[in-house]
Design a protein around this ligand. Structure first.
Ligand SMILES: C[S@@+](CC[C@H](N)C(=O)[O-])C[C@H]1O[C@@H](n2cnc3c(N)ncnc32)[C@H](O)[C@@H]1O
Length: 374
């Protein structure tokens, strides 16, 4: 199963879209603002001549507020650095990349908001910005040799290029869990290793010497990828599918053959693979947590982003998580099980999450800031 053919976030700006339901990832991006600003500032300051044009790429940009958020952070960081250094702001070219099935039209329609949001008091230093859409997989080459100064990617690189080839059935699971066979765990890691090295190799050709990358992924803190932490979001979804198998609504064989093509890596795995590939130096790595309870009482995830206050409305936590996860994996679930189960399975998923509130709701994120070696 090659992801490039059908994997996409839910398009548009409606109630089920990624645009409306990506506030948790947005919170994650906000937490990396300092790292992004530092990388852009270091990039400008370490250049022999202050750059006249800064070319950046956001890889796996998807659509909605988060795409604009990343762009506006970089624009503001460029404006701030050039103001501090007394130089004219460089012009900024922002390449927005995602798989060809991504809803690029929605991004382009929303781009005018970015001009308004990115002024941030630096109106005179506001860089001129040029946007381009770049469809294609980031596991292959996307840009000419040495054409990029800065690369950003958030919550995209945990997605694999394809489902790993499994020698054994991952019975009762849709991702790695404590009951997954060792061979399944190994196959997942080997696919991630192959993909991540391919990603670094392609970027090493495209990023100029001294260029920077800031990558944020859904990850884990534990050594064993089969630890509960990795499966937190997916165990309730497995339970929902199992209930549907018991009720005869989903075939058992269908469930046994469904595995999510993603891998939540640990900081050590990421550091080792960067070292093994050899083209980039790690400047900074940090781990942070996002808590699902941000969904509490919010109609959608963008409410959660703007008003992070608690309410007693427990019932909406599961509903909010289910909507957010549906916006991400609906195409995968529909491709494997068919569209008919979608409403039912995501409703059950939400209910199971709401009923298991005592469990930890922290999702681990890892951000790594890198420099292309000279
Ligand atoms: C969860 S979304 C994250 C979007 C956005 N960066 C954010 O932080 O909200 C993951 C995105 O990665 C994209 N993606 C996954 N694999 C990809 C690949 N091989 N090449 C390009 N984009 C990919 C998906 O299509 C999706 O839009």
């Amino acid at each position: 199963m090659d992801m490039i053919e059908f994997f996409h976030m839910n398009g548009g700006i409606g109630d089920a879209s990624y645009s409306t339901n990506s506030g948790l990832q947005g919170m994650g991006i906000m937490k990396t603002k300092g790292v992004i600003e530092q990388a852009v500032s270091d990039l400008c300051r370490s250049s022999v001549k202050f750059p006249k044009t800064l070319v950046m790429a956001d890889l796996g940009c998807s659509l909605g507020p988060n795409t604009l958020l990343v762009g506006s952070m970089v624009i503001d960081a460029v404006a701030k650095t050039s103001l501090e250094m007394g130089f004219k702001s460089p012009q900024v070219q922002i390449n927005l990349n995602d798989l060809p099935t991504n809803d690029f039209n929605t991004i382009f329609i929303a781009l005018q908001d970015l001009q308004v949001n990115s002024t941030n008091g630096n109106i005179n230093h506001q860089p001129a910005c040029y946007f381009t859409g770049v469809p294609g997989s980031f596991f292959g080459r996307l840009f000419p040799m040495k054409s990029l100064n800065f690369v950003h990617s958030s919550y995209s690189l945990q997605w694999l290029s394809q489902m790993p080839e499994l020698e054994e059935i991952n019975k009762g699971n849709i991702y790695l869990s404590s009951t997954s066979p060792e061979s399944v765990s190994r196959a997942y890691f080997e696919q991630f290793q192959k993909d991540f090295i391919r990603f670094l190799r392609c970027r090493s050709e495209e990023v100029m010497a001294g260029g920077r990358m800031v990558l944020t992924v859904a990850g884990r803190t534990t050594d064993d990828p089969r630890d509960e932490e990795s499966n937190r979001l997916w165990r309730p979804f497995t339970m929902a599918l199992q209930d549907m198998v018991y009720e005869g609504l989903v075939e058992e064989e269908k469930l046994d053959s469904f595995n999510l093509p993603q891998f939540t890596a640990s900081p050590t795995e990421i550091m080792n693979l960067v070292k093994m590939e050899g083209s980039f130096e790690i400047d900074h790595l940090e781990i942070f947590y996002l808590n699902w309870d941000a969904w509490k009482g919010k109609k959608n995830m963008n409410d959660a982003l703007s008003q992070l206050k608690e309410t007693e409305d427990d019932g909406t936590v599961g509903h909010g998580v289910a909507k957010a996860i549906r916006a991400v994996i609906e195409s995968l679930v529909a491709n494997h099980f068919g569209e008919a189960i979608l409403d039912d399975v995501f409703k059950r998923y939400g209910q199971i999450i709401t009923n298991t509130r005592s469990e930890s709701h922290d999702v681990v994120s890892i951000t790594v800031s890198l420099t292309r070696k000279m």
